[in-house]
Every structure is written in structure tokens, then in C-alpha cells.
Design a protein around this ligand. Structure first.
Ligand SMILES: [Zn+2]
Length: 308
């Protein structure tokens, strides 16, 4: 990677860009967008390009039909650890990926999962990398900076975009004369973001069936989430066979906050339809809790549970 690939670094006038038409969280009325979803950049010489999310479409038509939608619901106990009288508002999925308050969990579950798992889910969903350090041959040591968003120009080239941070002045100065620098970063931890997606899908399933399920799968999910919740800080969760079985996909928004839906996905190759949970239309996770399925009235509202 070279310095020329990093657009709005400021500094010399001829490298300054004007940013306009910004869409993203906090700068757009549309809910459930990444921190920077798209923007237009214009150079002093009038040349311009649009910066957007990475194009991940693989050309495959993917049809999902909504079978039932969930209503917000508060259970008598925390749906994750079963402690009585949960009192903390719980976003399903996390707010930063377009979720809204759908249920309550206990304070401990509510706090701990955010710090342990959900940050990784947000980074994965936003195409962000963290623990970013820059180094340059003319500067001693490495310099930490903010997380970096991976984005794509409308011409297809990839661009790394600092999320709010600044490049260390010494590195910046050296880059002006010698644009080669090195960057190290950590991609989002798949173990963590898949567990976060499992947690949201499990809560979505509880809402869809209007109860806390007792299937062997649900019992195993709760045991695994509890174990992760109680890990010492900064301890990496073990690989999860439960998570490895799940299909977890993302879309780039905008979100439909509050829409937790059971969907039937119809493979274009004519294979067997599968059931999945769509979370605010930003995440889709295969049905995680086994042998229950909601039944649906003629208006499409979920009305109860059916043992498969
Ligand atoms: Zn709990």
C-alpha cells in the first residue's frame, strides 16, 4: 500500500479533498448505516470520485420471504442467563448495526456482551479493522491510530479510511517526501462476531416464539453465551461448534430497526428452503434453536409455537 491510496490526509493544498454528499451514521437520516457509508470527494483540480462500501455482491440472486415478525417483549427472566426480573434495555441486533430495543436482559448480560463480543460484530459489519499501527522507515517505532474503514472507490480501487483519528505528525511529515509506509492491523475476530450474531439471533428466536426455549440447542446456546460472558477481560473465546454450524450473512443497510423476522430462504438452485432470522435487515442468521417454529395467523403475525 502507498500513501497515495489514502485520500483525505490534508496537508499540502494540492492534496486536499472536498467531501460532500456524506451518508453514514450520524450524518444521514437513514438508520442503520455504517459510520461512513458513502461520500463524494472532489480534488482541487475538479477530479472527483465516490467512496462507498465494498461491493460484496457475487451476482447470485437471493430471495427471502418473511414468514413471521416478532413484537418487542419482556420476559420474566433474562433470556440468556435466566436471572429474574431483567431490567436493562436490550437492542436486537446491537444499535450500531441497526437494532432497536426489543427486550430486556439482566444488567450483567447487557454490559458484558457489549464489550466482549459486539464491538467485533460492529467492526465486521462496517468493514473496519482495529489495533491499527503505522510505521515509516524514517520514524522510530510504530504509531497507533484509530480504527480504519475499508472502502471502495466507484472505479473499484480499495481505499483505507481513518475513522476519525489522525495520522501521527512525524509519520505524516515523512510520508510527504517518501510515501511508503507500513500498516499493521487486526481484522475483526470471527469467534467474537459470530458469537455476537448468535446472541442476537437467539434473542430474536425467543421473541418470535414468545418464550424462552428449552430445546437442546437453546440450552447449549445459553451455556455457551454464559461461559463467554464470564470470561476474564481480554480473554479470547474458544472456537464455537455452535457458531460454526450457523450461516451468518450481512447486508449493508439501511436497516429496518425493530424488524425481527423469521424468513424462508429459497435457494435459486431449487434446493430445500431453509429458515433464518433476519435482524433489522442488516444481519441474517440461520434458525439457531432447533425444533420450534412459529405458527402464523392470516395477517402474518406470529401466534405460537410448533414443535417440529
Ligand atoms: Zn442475564
Amino acid at each position: 500500500m502507498t500513501g497515495q491510496e489514502t485520500p483525505p490526509v490534508g496537508g499540502e493544498p494540492d492534496r486536499r479533498w472536498t467531501i460532500s454528499d456524506v451518508h453514514g451514521r450520524g450524518s444521514s437520516p437513514q438508520k442503520g448505516l455504517a459510520t461512513v457509508h458513502s461520500m463524494l470527494l472532489q480534488a482541487a483540480d475538479g477530479s472527483e470520485f465516490r467512496l462507498g462500501r465494498i461491493d460484496t455482491s457475487d451476482g447470485v440472486e437471493y430471495k427471502a420471504e418473511i414468514v413471521a415478525v416478532a413484537e418487542p417483549r419482556r420476559f420474566d427472566c433474562c433470556p440468556i442467563c435466566l436471572a429474574p426480573d431483567p431490567s436493562s434495555d436490550e437492542h436486537v441486533p446491537p444499535k450500531a448495526v441497526g437494532g432497536s430495543i426489543m427486550t430486556s436482559t439482566c444488567q450483567r448480560c447487557n454490559n458484558r456482551f457489549g464489550s466482549v463480543l459486539e464491538r467485533a460484530l460492529v467492526d465486521w459489519w462496517e468493514d473496519a479493522v482495529g489495533s491499527v499501527s503505522l510505521s515509516h522507515e524514517d520514524v522510530r517505532g510504530v504509531r497507533k491510530t484509530s480504527r480504519v474503514l475499508m472502502r471502495q472507490k466507484d472505479s473499484g480501487e480499495f481505499v483505507l479510511f481513518l475513522d476519525g483519528g489522525a495520522i501521527d505528525p512525524e509519520i505524516m511529515q515523512s510520508m510527504m517526501t517518501q510515501p511508503n509506509f507500513a500498516m499493521t492491523y487486526s481484522p475483526p475476530d470471527a469467534r467474537r462476531y459470530r458469537l455476537a450474531a448468535l446472541k442476537s439471533a437467539y434473542l430474536g428466536a425467543c421473541l418470535l416464539i414468545k418464550s424462552i426455549p428449552e430445546t437442546p440447542e437453546a440450552v447449549a446456546i445459553r451455556a455457551e453465551l454464559m461461559e463467554v460472558r464470564d470470561l476474564p477481560p481480554r480473554t479470547r473465546p474458544n472456537a464455537s461448534a455452535l457458531c460454526d454450524r450457523l450461516s451468518i450473512t450481512k447486508s449493508q443497510g439501511p436497516a429496518v430497526p425493530g424488524e425481527i423476522a423469521l424468513v424462508r430462504t429459497n435457494p435459486s438452485d431449487g434446493g430445500v428452503p431453509e429458515f433464518a432470522i433476519s435482524l433489522s435487515r442488516t444481519l441474517m442468521v440461520s434458525w439457531p434453536i432447533g425444533g420450534y417454529l412459529v405458527s402464523v395467523d392470516d395477517k402474518g403475525n406470529a401466534i405460537g409455537t410448533v414443535q417440529l
